[in-house]
Design a protein around this ligand. Structure first.
Ligand SMILES: NC(=O)c1ccc[n+]([C@@H]2O[C@H](COP(=O)([O-])OP(=O)(O)OC[C@H]3O[C@@H](n4cnc5c(N)ncnc54)[C@H](O)[C@@H]3O)[C@@H](O)[C@H]2O)c1
Ligand SMILES: N[C@H](CO)Cc1c[nH]c[nH+]1
Ligand SMILES: [Zn+2]
Length: 874
């Protein structure tokens, strides 16, 4: 709330050392300084030295450069008083909050500027008033609907200051005329009088209700104040209150639990005082607890414990060890930060964040930094006008495989008018919204950057996590599988890592509806994949007597990975298992992470049985991939591994497929789900939003893209509104929010341009919600699977239509197909020549063998031709 009055200082205070503003004026938390161009550097240094100590207003109306004003605000000045022309320039500065600006005006003028800013949050500063009546009249006309009106006088006095304060103006008084002493000489103005000038109370005894808090705003207790007790507090700098029974109460006088005053304020309607204090001794309450409401909780409690441990730790205390061993503390902070980065579920993020905060606060307490210091620093950062880009620094950016100075967010195209902020969504309650850009001529490079997928850690870091897991399974087999199931799935009761066919019926108990749904999907997937069978071997006569043929044979042993991290996906078991069965693979091994109680999802067991799987491996991640690639005591080694998964699964698939000793191949890199929707004005906004969200909910690293063809503000807004309201109602809204943060809407003029962008992006799923969608589908060059028209949501492909949902992501649709029947077969060719055929072809073969100087090759033909000659008697 606005201060009761502002003490002004001349600019010499900017170069004085120490706390600078004399207590008791600093207890008000405000100061006002007029500066000239030569004071700018001093003002900036002063702000740096006093971060969080008091909110300083600067009269900068004499400065020439708007950049200087921005720098002063950026360094933490609470408010600046500016001229009309400066205000016009500041209005154009991005991120500048205009309630940090006051316009300097003269009294008695019907100022055009004042009219122009009516209804805005800009304050007014009426300076050097001679005639208080004039100001009173003026305040009645202009002051009532203004946020704050500051008034400075030619000749300040208690009387005119009170007159202004009573009209809700804010008197600006030279600090030299303010005093904490209520009975000093006439020309000095008692601070308590001004502070309480428009304070009210509805108590019969006239006392002011007073809440006492610590520096973090935690309520310590409730007391009462009088003019006299406030005067005493200001004079002594200690907590002094008015006891209803004992009169003036110097807190802690007898117990020793005294308080140093930090600030004294009034609440919004001036009927409650707030004393912010540093509490000494045992605490505020006479019962010896920190507050009258009991002990601290959460971070304040942790801080209190750490501070105690620092001064006297019990023998063997871990915290004391951390205080002593800086390397250990550093390692723990880095370890916990990394675990927090990996955590995805609400429970894990809570758990890891709590650990990280414990070690971080230990570091702070060891260095003498308090939560209060940290919060002051955060507050100061929140006033920044010049925003940092926020890119990761060099080595961290490199570890995550992202450019160190990734400029996409600043540079991309022209932000669309409906895209008020480039940052999409920040936290609970914020609007869930994708960044929106208009694709203009010439900004294609920039748009390409905006379309970059969230970074995938297939780099050294993820490989270094995955490699030891693979080695361990390779060398220790089942024992290692069990250990990882305990570690990652918390399945501590799991006794065997495999379930062998025939699978027990009681492990596949399903509701009739689920069973029916699986059966319908199973049949559609079977039909579509069976239709991909080559009916008979291909055979071609290339020359008379020369016949070439090609025949398909199923890959004998296939390992199918069914993800089960953030969501268990029985549908993936269908997508991988049914074609394996149709192709005739002899051994089908399915791997999927077990649930925490060590069991498997019954749907997966049912599907495993229907496709004729031999084994289900109860393992996930890299350990499952390693078991499939190398085999263990109870898992048979396979020839090919198929199936999507997270970064650990994908990295492991790539590692084993590069190891010739494993002799195993993989289907493709199939990572985090993605969708690109092309929509024109015929598209239903609710359908568009629903399709985008269906893939965003898969994981925090999913990405969804909307290309709006000729969409106007209203249509984009309708989609944005749908996206926000549908997303907010989803159970996985936390995941969606993060996925949407790296998702994007691009607005283009025509369908051809949209399809060009889509082909460059090569999405896993492409949805066409445009006029004549079937014709537009002809323009698709790169995509995993296409969904055509308004009645084809992507989910039909995920589950039941018949097409496969195991598809290339990350742009690999440029060169890979999704899983299909061909993924489970290899082709063998054969040649069959008659004597005539060899006679026709022999010359060419012998000539080429001669060129290559491979005589045995040549002779394999010549010896036969000679025999033919002999037989025919020529
Ligand atoms: N492209 C496609 O066709 C397709 C299809 C379905 C699903 N998906 C994607 O598959 C992914 C599935 O990922 P998921 O995480 O839900 O399940 P997942 O089964 O792929 O991964 C879970 C496993 O990750 C391992 N893991 C987790 N944290 C680890 C760590 N810190 N160190 C080492 N290993 C760790 C554990 O072993 C765990 O069992 C999603 O991104 C989803 O979008 C893609
Ligand atoms: N959309 C995923 C492929 O990216 C597959 C899936 C399974 N369940 C639901 N969706
Ligand atoms: Zn899906």
């Amino acid at each position: 709330m606005a201060p009761s009055f502002l003490p002004t200082f001349d600019s010499s205070i900017l170069s004085s050392p120490g706390r600078l503003i004399p207590a008791p004026l600093s207890y008000l938390g405000h100061a006002f300084v007029t500066i000239t161009p030569s004071d700018v550097d001093n003002a900036l240094r002063y702000l740096q030295r006093t971060v969080g100590l008091h909110a300083t207003c600067f009269d900068v109306s004499a400065l020439h450069l708007v950049d200087d004003i921005v720098s002063i605000l950026d360094s933490g000045a609470r408010k600046v008083v500016v001229s009309g022309s400066q205000l016009r320039e500041l209005e154009r500065v991005e991120n500048l909050d205009l309630d940090r600006v006051a316009l300097s005006v003269s009294p008695g003028m019907k100022n055009e500027m004042i009219d122009a800013i009516a209804g805005t949050s800009v304050d007014l500063y009426v300076h050097r008033i001679k005639d208080v009546e004039l100001v009173e009249a003026w305040l009645k006309e202009y002051g009532t609907d203004r946020p704050d009106v500051y008034v400075s006088f030619d000749t300040p006095s208690v009387e005119n200051a009170l007159r202004i304060a009573n009209l809700s103006g804010i008197p600006v008084i030279p600090a030299s005329q303010c005093t904490a002493d209520p009975v000093s000489e006439q020309q000095n103005i008692p601070i308590a009088t001004l502070l309480l000038a428009n304070a009210t109370t509805d108590r019969l005894d006239g006392l002011f209700t007073t809440i006492v808090t610590d520096e973090r705003g935690i309520a310590l207790g409730l007391v009462y104040s009088s003019h006299e007790s406030v005067n005493e507090s200001l004079r002594t700098g200690k907590g002094v209150y008015q006891s209803r029974k004992r009169g003036l109460w110097y807190k802690g006088e007898s117990s020793g639990d005294t308080q140093d005053i930090v600030a004294i304020n009034l609440d919004c309607d001036h009927d409650c005082l707030k004393f912010t204090v540093k509490q000494k001794g045992r605490g505020f309450c006479h019962l010896g607890t920190p507050t009258c409401f009991g002990s601290f909780q959460g971070l304040p409690k942790l801080q209190q414990t750490l501070q105690k441990r620092k001064s006297s730790a019990p023998l063997g205390s871990y915290t004391a060890r951390l205080f002593k061993d800086q390397q250990l503390l550093k390692a723990k902070i880095m370890e916990e930060a990394s675990e927090l980065c990996e955590a995805t579920t609400k429970e894990d993020v809570t758990f890891e964040a709590a650990d990280l905060l414990y070690f971080a606060l230990t570091k702070c307490v060891a260095t003498g930094v308090s939560l209060e210091d940290i919060e002051r620093n955060l507050d100061a950062k929140s006033t920044k006008v010049k925003r940092r880009k926020g890119d990761a620094k060099g080595s961290w950016a490199a570890q995550m495989g992202m450019p160190a100075d990734g400029k996409v967010q600043q540079e991309v195209g022209q932000p669309h008018p409906t895209s008020s902020s480039i940052k999409a969504s920040e936290g609970p309650g914020d609007r869930i919204k994708m960044r929106t850009f208009v694709v203009a001529d010439g900004n294609h490079t920039i748009i390409t950057k905006a379309l970059q997928r969230p970074s995938q850690r297939t780099s050294d870091k993820i490989m270094s996590i995955v490699r030891p897991i693979i080695d361990s399974v390779r060398h220790r087999g089942d024992a290692a599988l069990l250990e990882y199931a305990h570690k990652f799935e918390k399945a501590t009761s799991l006794a065997s890592p495999v379930l062998k066919a025939p699978f027990p019926k009681d492990l596949m108990q399903l509701s009739p509806e689920t069973k029916d749904a699986i059966d319908v999907s199973f049949e559609n997937i079977r039909k579509f994949h069976a239709a991909q069978m080559e009916p008979k071997p291909l055979s071609v006569t290339t020359m008379p007597g020369v016949e070439c043929a090609r025949m398909a044979r199923p890959i004998e042993k296939v390992g199918l990975y069914v993800p089960g991290g953030t969501a268990v996906l029985p549908s993936t078991a269908l997508m991988l298992g049914v074609p394996a069965m149709v192709a005739g693979c002899r051994n089908i091994v399915i791997a999927s992470p077990p649930r925490a109680d060590g069991s498997l999802t019954p749907e997966i067991v049912y599907i495993a049985e229907r496709v004729g799987a031999e084994t289900i491996v109860l393992a996930g991640g890299a350990q499952a991939v390693a078991a499939l690639a190398y085999g263990t005591e109870s898992v048979s080694k396979v020839d090919k591994i198929l199936g999507p998964g997270n970064q650990f699964v994908t990295a492991a698939k790539m590692l084993v497929s590069n190891d010739t000793s494993a002799c195993v191949s993989i289907d493709m890199p199939a990572g985090p789900s993605e969708v690109l929707v092309v929509a024109d004005e015929t598209a239903n906004p609710a359908f568009v939003a629903a399709d985008l969200l269906s893939q965003a909910e898969h994981g925090v690293d999913s990405q969804v893209v909307l290309i709006g063809v000729g969409l106007g503000d209203g249509q984009l807004r309708a989609i944005e509104d749908e996206l926000h309201s549908q997303a907010s109602a989803l159970p996985r809204v936390d995941i969606v929010r993060q996925a949407i943060d790296h998702s994007v809407t691009l607005v283009v003029d025509g369908v051809a341009e949209a399809m060009d962008l889509s082909n460059r992006y090569a999405p896993e799923h492409l949805i066409l919600q445009v006029r004549d969608a079937q014709d537009v589908a002809e323009l698709v060059q790169n995509a995993g699977s296409v969904f055509v028209g308004p009645w084809t949501p992507e989910s039909v492909g995920d589950y039941s239509a018949g097409v496969n949902h195991s598809l290339p992501t990350y742009g690999y649709a440029r060169q890979y197909s999704g899983v299909n029947l061909g993924s489970y077969v290899k082709h063998i060719t054969s040649s069959n020549l008659t004597a005539e055929g060899l006679r026709n072809l022999g010359g060419a073969v012998m000539q080429l063998a001669k060129v290559e100087e491979l005589e045995a090759h040549r002779r394999a033909v010549s010896i036969r031709l000679a025999e033919l000659d002999r037989l025919s008697g020529t």
